[in-house]
Design a protein around this ligand. Structure first.
Ligand SMILES: *[C@@H]1O[C@H](CO)[C@@H](O)[C@H](O)[C@H]1NC(C)=O
Ligand SMILES: *[C@@H]1O[C@H](CO)[C@@H](O)[C@H](O)[C@H]1NC(C)=O
Ligand SMILES: *[C@@H]1O[C@H](CO)[C@@H](O)[C@H](O)[C@H]1NC(C)=O
Ligand SMILES: [Ca+2]
Length: 517
């Protein structure tokens, strides 16, 4: 969403011009360095435990593509002394599928060296797919330059088989401490030690190390803190989600470090289902308040919730027609679950990290994964500024004339979904400063996958202390990652549900100099 072009007082024009120049310089700087996003030149991935059916253990795989028009050279290797070594090239519009021996899957609770390193000579996009027969999910892999040192994990519960998470070592001699959540009956055995709720598991990981923890009780809220960046996968071996049926599916996402969590979200329902969606709101701080404002088939919808403690979650089930805007007073991570298949409704559980609005990027290149028995029906779910919807481009073409958009009340956002073909796609905007929220979801008989197609990983949530606002103080007063983004005109200029919380200048001040929030 670009900031709205309100009529600006002419006295401000020069300030705006300087801000624009600074903004452009910042963008050029970011381009030169490679932006903090899901595109990168080095990735370390892993695959969690999954349930083998029909005696057919399917190889875990990654899909690699790029937005670059040149040939990008990619090398895949395993831990030293492993036989894994693959090289290939990709270019824009192409996708490469790489599969790995099933011995790379993590097993139960284990400390091993099963991470897989992907290196490229220019930026690539990587998706991990963990697929067994009727048990599948996929995740957007995050490059090593955006990983963090602090995470809370999230699984679905009841677990059916197991709740899981896995920590991936990126650098040698990384000290990792994991505080288990306050869940009754947790009993985790690692190297002869047993650990119960609220206890710490402390380990040292090297490059290529993987530590998977599994448990039947909920592992949600396990706190992972390390002295060097690590990757974290989280989800379930194979779970029933909701009470629509009894089929189960693998769940996985690669978690966002707490430093990139946001306070603003927009949601699109899982397309063409009627059973509702499940959401889990995970907090990073105590006493977090969340407001949900949306629309269900033209009717306004409101909900509100409080998460008492850091690392706890609140679960909600919402109508399959709900499009919403979500605002919290402290950073949260939001997960959307596709529910278990109901008779005649061919879809199954998937777990999706909803990207924070703060982390929407301007364009994405992505690819659809492959179903174990044919093809998925694939959907691209999107959110964009209503004034910018005509400029949206899918594979360089405008969306169809009859595209359905839903306006999210109280915001300048519109959202929708579109069925897309199997293969690689690109999404962009004719206005390169316009940003897009985007999720890919696919469904088939007894299998589904879902993940954000891409996002920024700006550290919007590191060390930012909220400040008392002074007009044009060049401080991110509300810690939303933006500086002086409001006009102080009594309107919500940045579309985050708050009015005049971090102003450039002057509005009310002229009338009432005593104001200063
Ligand atoms: C494990 O790490 C945590 C956090 O760094 C620390 O508080 C705790 O004392 C450590 N426990 C052991 C047994 O080393
Ligand atoms: C935890 O699991 C271990 C290994 O399975 C078992 O020996 C132990 O009795 C269990 N402890 C509790 C408290 O359930
Ligand atoms: C939620 O809405 C209430 C009522 O409008 C408001 O007072 C509160 O500040 C809102 N909270 C957030 C986090 O936006
Ligand atoms: Ca997923």
């Amino acid at each position: 969403m670009t900031r709205q072009d309100n009529q600006k007082p002419s006295t401000l024009e020069s300030i705006m011009r300087i801000q624009l120049i600074l903004h452009v310089l910042f963008l050029i700087f970011q381009l030169a360095l490679g932006a903090l996003d899901n595109r990168g030149t080095e990735f370390m991935v892993a695959f969690m435990d999954n349930k083998i059916l029909e005696n057919n253990d399917i190889q875990p795989e990654i899909f690699v593509t790029t937005a670059k028009n040149k040939l990008v050279h990619v090398t895949i290797t395993g831990a030293p002394n492993s036989k894994l070594h693959q090289t290939f090239t990709v270019t824009r519009g192409q996708v490469h599928r790489a599969a790995f021996d099933t011995s790379y899957r993590l097993v139960q609770t284990e400390l091993a060296r099963k991470a897989i390193l992907i290196q490229a000579d220019d930026e690539i996009v990587v998706y991990g797919v963990n697929r067994e027969v009727f048990s599948d999910d996929a995740y957007l892999a995050l490059p090593t330059d955006v990983l963090g040192k602090e995470y809370y994990t999230l699984s679905y519960s009841p677990s059916y088989y197991y709740c899981l998470f896995a920590v991936i070592g990126i650098q040698d001699n990384t000290h990792v401490s994991i505080r288990l959540p306050n869940t009754p009956n947790l009993n985790i055995t690692l190297k002869g030690h047993t650990y119960q709720r609220n206890q710490w598991i402390n380990v040292t990981l090297d490059r290529f190390s993987t530590l998977e923890i599994h448990a039947i009780p909920d592992l949600t809220g396990s706190y992972v803190v390390s002295d060097k960046p690590v990757g974290v996968l989280s989800g379930n071996k194979k779970a029933v989600v909701g009470s629509t049926g009894n089929s189960r599916d693998h769940l996985v996402e690669m978690l966002l470090p707490i430093s990139s969590w946001g306070k603003n979200y927009a949601t699109v329902p899982i397309p063409e289902r009627t059973v509702g969606d499940i959401f889990r709101f995970l907090s990073s701080e105590d006493n977090t308040h969340v407001n949900i404002t949306g629309v269900i088939n033209g009717k306004p919808f409101h909900d509100t919730l409080t998460i008492p403690k850091a690392g706890q979650y609140v679960q909600k089930q919402y109508d399959s027609a709900l499009y919403s805007h979500i605002v919290s007073d402290k950073p949260i991570s939001l997960f959307q679950f596709s529910k278990t298949q109901k008779t005649g409704d061919l879809a199954d559980p998937a777990m999706i990290i909803v990207p924070p609005i703060e982390q929407y990027a301007a364009d994405y290149t992505f690819t659809t994964p492959k179903y174990s028995k044919g093809d998925y029906t694939n959907y691209f779910m999107f959110i964009v500024d209503s004034t910018q919807k005509a400029g949206l481009r899918l594979d360089n073409k405008p969306l169809p004339q009859n595209q359905h958009y839903v306006s999210i009340p109280g915001t300048n956002l519109v959202a929708g979904y579109i069925k897309i073909s199997v293969g690689t796609h690109s999404v962009s905007h004719t206005n390169p400063t316009s940003v897009i929220g985007a999720i890919l979801f696919g469904k088939a008989n007894l299998e589904s996958y879902g993940f954000p197609v891409g996002l920024l990983l700006t550290p919007v949530n590191t060390g930012c202390q909220t400040h008392k606002m002074r007009y044009g103080d060049e401080i991110d007063n509300d810690c939303d990652g933006e500086i002086d983004e409001e006009e102080c005109d009594g309107k919500d200029n940045d579309g985050d549900g708050r009015i005049d919380e971090d102003c450039t200048c002057c509005g009310e001040l002229l009338k009432n100099p005593a104001i200063g929030r």
